[in-house]
Design a binder for this molecule. Structure first.
Ligand code: ISL
Ligand code: CA
Length: 561
């Protein structure tokens, strides 16, 4: 039996505050801006908002480098605005979860400022300091996620500190109990302010193999892969369980872990301990690498639907009754979903609705990233100077320094830069898409006159209205939430089809994932003409006795019983 829980029935909307709405005309989205737009989110049918980091930060990585966990980023407002935001969200019967970024802090966090001061201060052990190796080489050969070594030398104490991400994001030392308990205290502090849970940033990186071995050379050449030594490390379970006992078990909250290379078995193991909820669900990354080679996001590969089907099948069946899935196709780190998995030109509307159908009929809690609901697309700035993302800028510098052509590197950036998802939300066709009256911190996508909220709300055939409708349907049909997942037509290379079954309710979903016309037979006992078509992204369905004809990106959902 599946346990019913509010967070299983929820649809989540992710907000990237910097790019959502600017209320005071400084070019940067802010908390008051979010408050002004809450009715919009509520109207869409959203239950839970995930707020990307809003804590004090020098913004080396847009808030994922926190310098004070208990105060608000200057540009976003003050604590009082945040408290009001929480209150306004609750007033609308929605909930809010915060980003919990505790693998690392900013190098401007008080703890790190003290830590780096001397070898023997009381904060030294809050971070991971090691002696260099051989002739002043870093302690390990690990490559950081943003390129370069994971170690930076600090001349003050003649040691290196570890940072899996940027130099300005030193990793906390979770081996230190005081660090852990400081974090639990901070979590309780926010929960006691009424927030409803956490999205836990790179949470399966917090425990490192204390041997700090070198990794195998990466295809990239210069560095080694440290992942085997910092992903799912030796004490990870112990720490998360401790976090459960100290914090999570005492609140009715929702937790979602961001976990690279975690696997279904870990997802199960971490979901509960003795019936108490730990990590309710996780963001795995398997769908995020179906279009890249060698696990390298910059190298393109064509999408193979079979691979996508295998991933969903594995997770949906693997976690059935034993855990729960988080469903997402994009977020602030990924390209826009319609540009990546759909077609952002001729079939933008059709393919965006197709993807919405898939996300909202899958088992698991769906996460919609801001702008997805109006079909926002990738951006192609012509000049690297227009990009703001640290990963993108580092990539450009490292690759062009190697002598690669600027044009080719820019092409990679246009395809997968994280800034694709970070351009301002397109509210209307006014200056800067109505996001701000002044210069935005990052340019808006030039297609905002065509793609914007105002236009979408007024167009009954819009992607926005489809999402709204689809969300309603999901809520009114518990089978779409709790139903068992059964794939059909598994061998088909371009049709994605499955049945969701819950008690007496049975739903059939048929998705043409690509842009060709096709005819198919559906292996069910009933005639399609005799069953109810609940929703489709075309006006009608072309049915015959055995099956149907599908147009580009056509997606349909029938109720079988
Ligand atoms: O974005 C990525 C690939 O382009 C990932 O490598 C990403 O860095 C990884 O998924 C971890 O993401 C999270 O932690 C990072 C932060 O930069 C991301 O924005 C965040 O979602 C470090 O805190
Ligand atoms: Ca502002």
């Amino acid at each position: 039996m599946i346990k019913k829980r509010w967070w299983k029935e929820a649809v989540v909307y992710q907000i990237y505050p910097r790019s959502f709405y600017d209320s005071n005309q400084d070019g940067i989205g802010d908390l008051k801006g979010i408050i002004e737009k809450l009715d919009y989110i509520e109207d869409l049918g959203i239950d839970v908002i995930w707020l990307c980091p809003i804590y004090k930060s020098p913004n080396a990585d847009n808030g994922y480098d926190i310098s004070d966990y208990k105060s608000v980023m200057d540009e976003f407002g003050v604590l009082n605005d945040l408290e009001r935001l929480i209150e306004e969200i609750h007033k609308r019967s929605m909930k809010v979860i915060f980003d919990l970024v505790v693998n690392h802090t900013s190098d401007e966090h008080d703890w790190f400022i003290k830590s780096r001061n001397s070898l023997d201060n009381e904060y030294r052990d809050y971070y991971i300091w090691r002696e260099g190796k051989d002739n002043n080489k870093p302690p390990t050969n690990w490559e950081s996620f943003f390129g370069g070594s994971t170690w930076t030398y600090d001349s003050k104490t003649d040691q290196y500190y570890l940072h899996l991400f940027a130099e300005k994001q030193p990793d906390l030392n979770w081996e230190n109990k005081e660090v852990r308990f400081n974090i639990y205290d901070m979590m309780r502090w926010w929960l006691d302010k009424g927030i409803d849970g956490f999205r836990m940033d790179v949470i399966n990186m917090i425990s490192k193999d204390q041997g700090f071995p070198d990794g195998d050379k990466t295809p990239n050449g210069d560095y080694g892969d440290g992942k085997p030594y910092f992903l799912n490390g030796p004490c990870l379970y112990e720490y998360i369980k401790e976090m459960g006992e100290e914090v999570l078990f005492n609140y009715d909250i929702m937790t979602v872990g961001e976990t690279l290379d975690f696997g279904v078995e870990n997802a199960k193991k971490f979901s509960e301990v003795n019936g108490k909820e730990l990590l309710d669900m996780v963001f795995h990354f398997e769908l995020m690498s179906v279009d890249c080679r060698d696990e390298n996001k910059w190298r393109k590969k064509d999408i193979n639907l079979q691979e996508i089907k295998r991933i969903y099948k594995k997770w949906n069946q693997g976690l059935y009754e034993k855990g729960w899935n988080a469903i997402y196709l994009g977020n602030h780190d990924q390209p826009r979903i319609v540009s990546r998995f759909g077609n952002d030109e001729k079939y933008r509307k059709k393919s965006a609705k197709m993807l919405a159908t898939m996300m909202l009929t899958m088992p698991g809690t769906p996460f919609i990233y801001q702008g997805e609901e109006i079909g926002m697309t990738n951006v192609s700035f012509n000049d690297i100077g227009k990009y703001r993302d640290i990963e993108t800028i580092d990539h450009y510098r490292i690759e062009t320094n190697k002598g690669r052509s600027k044009g080719r590197v820019m092409k990679e950036i246009h395809r997968v830069s994280r800034d694709n998802a970070r351009t301002p939300m397109q509210w209307n066709d006014d200056l800067n898409a109505g996001f701000t009256q002044s210069t935005p911190w990052i340019n808006v996508n030039s297609n905002y006159k065509e793609i914007n909220v105002e236009k979408s709300i007024n167009d009954p055939d819009s992607i926005y209205n489809y999402y709204q409708n689809m969300i309603k349907i999901r809520k009114n049909n518990l089978g779409l939430i709790y139903g068992k997942y059964k794939p059909i037509l598994e061998e088909h290379n371009s049709i994605f089809s499955y049945i969701r079954k819950f008690n007496e309710d049975k739903y059939l979903i048929i998705i043409n994932f690509f842009g060709q016309n096709l005819s198919i037979e559906i292996p069910i006992n009933k005639k399609l003409k005799e069953i109810d078509l609940i929703i489709s992204n075309y006006k009608d369905a072309i049915l015959n006795d055995k099956g149907l004809s599908l147009r580009p990106y056509e997606s349909l959902m029938f109720k079988l019983s």
